[in-house]
Design a protein around this ligand. Structure first.
Ligand SMILES: Cc1cc2nc3c(=O)[nH]c(=O)nc-3n(C[C@H](O)[C@H](O)[C@H](O)COP(=O)(O)O)c2cc1C
Length: 328
């Protein structure tokens, strides 16, 4: 049976993660798809319809190849997903919630749905809901992390639980072609890389954030739920920074009693405006962020260990394929 990954016919079994807050914008998604991988726009959640339509048309202006758009369900008011439907984005990638309400509408429009999941139970539920593929995370992942076990456990368990119902895309801690080969060895059919593509020329993050990713080791990342303003009670992996260490030194107090709560650590662009970014906010330092970088949520996976330079996304995709061939 032909499945989603067969239909997309990507030359390289690598997806770039739809990193929200504008980090994975049209330049990144288009560059990855153009180079033979599968690029995903980071819509995030709560963007107005017109802004999403603009992101999609800007991407289409840069590539005629298929690409995806990622929406974070707990942050969405539905307008962003409606815009993805209007624009008939090839693949809607949903995170952290039930994909079922969107599957029939997507399929009716000739679109595909992928759900990013934390493990075998989520993956089976998503397959039951009718998604076309599941992305299964491990706890090594950067950004928000649904998984509670490493990739070496979650992916093989999901593959076993799913049988051949839908393909599995592995996400978490993967930075090289050898890493991708390892994930394929777990039974995944493709890999989704976030942090590796964050350290690309096209990612729309401030340069100092990319430099932090390049300099960091896996041990510099922490698994926490600290950066919760805008999305409470959700685990994520970030680089240890001044906000984290001050909270740790204060004895890890609960929200409401944390050091510097209510302080403004910088501003971020929002359309034509600038809005203040409070300490503990969920938004990352995307391009246009001004303020104290070391206080902001610096999402990054354990994959930082094997990231040593900021490079153009197309070069990365080619390199990943070469390394994958060498490792297979
Ligand atoms: C900076 C950053 C932002 C992210 N934003 C999103 C997002 O908006 N939606 C989503 O589904 N996943 C998001 N993720 C998680 C990725 O989808 C993926 O699970 C993760 O990047 C895999 O681990 P890696 O970073 O080690 O490659 C983000 C990851 C990073 C690093």
């Amino acid at each position: 049976m032909t499945d989603l990954l067969d239909r997309l016919r990507n030359a390289v079994p690598v997806w770039s993660a739809g990193m929200g807050g504008g980090l994975a914008g049209p330049q990144l998604a288009a560059a990855v798809s153009e180079a033979g991988g599968f690029g995903v726009l980071g819509v995030g959640g709560g963007l107005p319809r017109a802004a999403v339509l603009e992101l999609v048309s800007a991407t289409r202006a840069l590539t005629s190849r298929a690409f995806g758009a990622n929406v974070i369900l707990p942050m969405s008011d539905g307008e962003d997903i409606a815009a993805c439907f209007d624009a008939r984005v090839d693949v809607l990638v949903l995170f952290w919630g039930d994909p079922q309400p969107y599957v029939a509408d997507a399929h009716r429009r000739g679109m595909f749905v992928v759900a990013q999941c934390g493990g075998p139970e989520d993956a089976v539920a998503a397959a039951d809901a009718g998604v076309d593929a599941v992305m299964v995370q491990g706890t090594e992942a950067g950004g928000h992390v649904k998984a509670l076990a490493p990739l070496a456990e979650t992916v093989p368990a999901a593959v076993r639980a799913l049988g051949r119902r839908v393909p599995v895309i592995a996400a978490g801690g993967l930075a090289t072609g050898a890493d991708v080969a390892t994930a394929l060895g777990y039974g995944a059919r493709a890999a989704s890389l976030g942090t590796r593509f964050l350290a690309s020329t096209e990612a729309a993050a401030v340069d100092a954030y990319k430099a932090r990713v390049v300099a960091a080791r896996a041990a510099d990342t922490v698994f926490t739920d600290l950066f919760d303003i805008g999305w409470p009670r959700a685990n994520h992996r970030v680089l240890r920074n001044t906000t984290y260490t001050a909270w740790e030194a204060a004895g890890r107090p609960a929200p409401g009693a944390r050091p510097g709560e209510g302080e403004e650590i910088g501003t971020i662009p929002a359309g034509a405006e600038r809005v203040p970014l409070p300490r503990y906010a969920v938004m990352p330092p995307m391009s246009g962020f001004e303020g104290d970088l070391e206080a902001a949520a610096l999402y990054a996976g354990e994959s930082v260990e094997r990231i040593d330079a900021v490079v153009p996304a197309a070069e990365l995709v080619t390199r990943l394929l070469d390394e994958l061939r060498a490792a297979s």
